[in-house]
Write a protein of this length. Structure first.
Length: 440
């Protein structure tokens, strides 16, 4: 161990277990300052994620205090606050988990420049993905553009070893750790709470369901998914630890973790993923209808499966993955609307909203991203009848249709006239020059 002090700048790695930056720094230095800087530039993006973040920070502080340390909290620009704190405590090094978004990479570049100027050693660590975004390259390319070959290479790679949580974290004497504000209210009343302990317990409770994941994960009413994505997004769980506990690298659940890594390596190579079409030559001829966009956002399109998904997102800060595909496909392929406002709506509400996966999946659905069949469409009625066959998911989230039994709930415009007049639910949105078969 080196006699000295180092700072671990925390970002989206809010845990103590399998945390390479924290574990390695605690092993190398006798005093370590775990630092989180509340950046005002990020404060207004999502009330739901802000609540989840503050809950996660409070739990991380408790975990660190159990190990003799604490979470040091500052407000302002992360680079300036890190360098300022390094000067206060006499730190000689800064550790940071590498990230891929344009904002994160700009922060990293600025931090490196300031560390060089102040003679601080900056070291980047893995930990936000199972496999580092730059670790795999196809022949003749800088990154994988198609998922299947990436998955094969990813599954065959030797992964890094998991790291135990540090047994002890020692702060410099006399350090003001700062106050962590109370969690804000958030927008979604049923949103899951944040934090590593909650995440680890959720994983433990869900793992017995793993064997049936392949059969049940698309059952929208049964909700057989793990719901771990918000905890992975904030780093309350190590994605490597989750994949290791799940086991089978080719299984359907670990395959979803691989999709997450896939979009991180795409974003590392194409940081404009939230603003520009990824696919070369993608045609973008979008309609712009503010009223239709508002109806979609608020869950009042008149298409029950779409409205159910959007209302679930607003209530829980989370949406079933099949509903995400259906709602995004409806906006882009039926309403013909630009995918970028959809990215923004999801990013506001979703606890797991991040740049790589939110934007990557939206581009896949819109036909501008990594889909090898970019012109495929989603028939929302057929999807509803397949994945919500008795309508239980729709009836939960669209109570106006609670008395409509069976799969008839998916097409209320076809109900007998007398019953239809008793239902307070709008007709489907009309789209000029479009009359899809499933609306006839």
């Amino acid at each position: 161990m080196t006699a000295g002090t180092a700072i671990v700048l925390l970002t989206r790695d809010l845990r103590v277990h399998d945390h390479p930056a924290l574990a390695t720094t605690c092993a190398a230095f006798d005093r370590v300052v775990p630092l989180y800087v509340l950046d005002p530039q990020l404060a207004g993006l999502s009330a739901n994620r802000m609540r989840f973040l503050h809950q996660s920070l409070a739990e991380l502080r408790a975990e660190l205090r159990e190990r003799g340390g604490d979470l040091v909290v500052r407000h302002g620009d992360p680079v300036a606050e890190t360098v300022r704190l390094a000067g206060e405590v006499g730190a000689t090094a800064v550790a940071l988990s590498a990230d891929v978004s344009r904002y994160a990479r700009r922060r990293e570049r600025r931090l490196r420049a300031e560390c060089d100027r102040h003679r601080l050693h900056l070291r980047l660590f893995p930990g936000l993905t199972v496999v580092e975004p730059g670790a795999l390259h196809p022949g003749g390319g800088d990154h994988y553009r198609v998922f299947s070959p990436y998955h094969r290479a990813w599954a065959a790679l030797r992964w890094r070893e998991e790291l135990a949580a540090p047994r002890r974290v020692t702060l410099p004497d006399g350090l003001d750790v700062g106050r962590l504000p109370e969690p804000p209210a958030g927008d979604s009343p049923e949103a899951a709470p944040g934090g590593e302990r909650v995440a680890r317990q959720r994983l433990t409770d869900w793992l017995p369901e793993l064997d049936g994941y392949g059969d049940r994960h698309d059952d929208m009413a049964g909700d057989g998914t793990s719901r771990l994505s918000p905890y992975l997004r904030f780093g309350c769980l190590s994605p490597l630890a989750v994949a290791n506990r799940a086991g089978d690298r080719s299984g359907p659940f670990v395959r979803q973790i691989c999709w997450r890594d896939f979009y991180y390596q795409v974003t590392a190579a194409f940081p404009e993923i939230s603003e520009q079409p990824y696919r070369r030559g993608a045609t973008e001829r979008w309609r712009y209808d503010d009223d239709a966009l508002a109806a979609w956002t608020e869950g009042r399109t008149g298409l029950p499966i779409v409205d159910a998904g959007m209302r679930q997102m607003r209530a829980q800060g989370w949406m079933h993955n099949r509903a995400r595909l259906i709602t995004a496909g409806y906006l882009t392929k039926h309403l013909g609307q630009d995918w970028r406002p959809g990215v923004g709506v999801f990013f506001r509400w979703l606890l797991d909203g991040d740049v790589a996966n939110n934007s990557g999946n939206w581009q896949w659905v819109a036909g501008t991203g990594n889909d090898t069949k970019p012109y495929r469409g989603f028939n929302p009625v057929r999807q509803a009848e397949r994945y919500d066959p008795d309508g239980a998911y729709v009836r939960r989230w669209v109570p106006e249709l609670a008395e409509v039994r069976g799969k008839a709930v998916h097409q209320p415009w076809r109900l007998p006239d007398q019953l239809r007049r008793t239902v307070d639910y709008p007709p489907p949105l009309s789209v000029p020059d479009t009359d899809p078969a499933w609306l006839r």
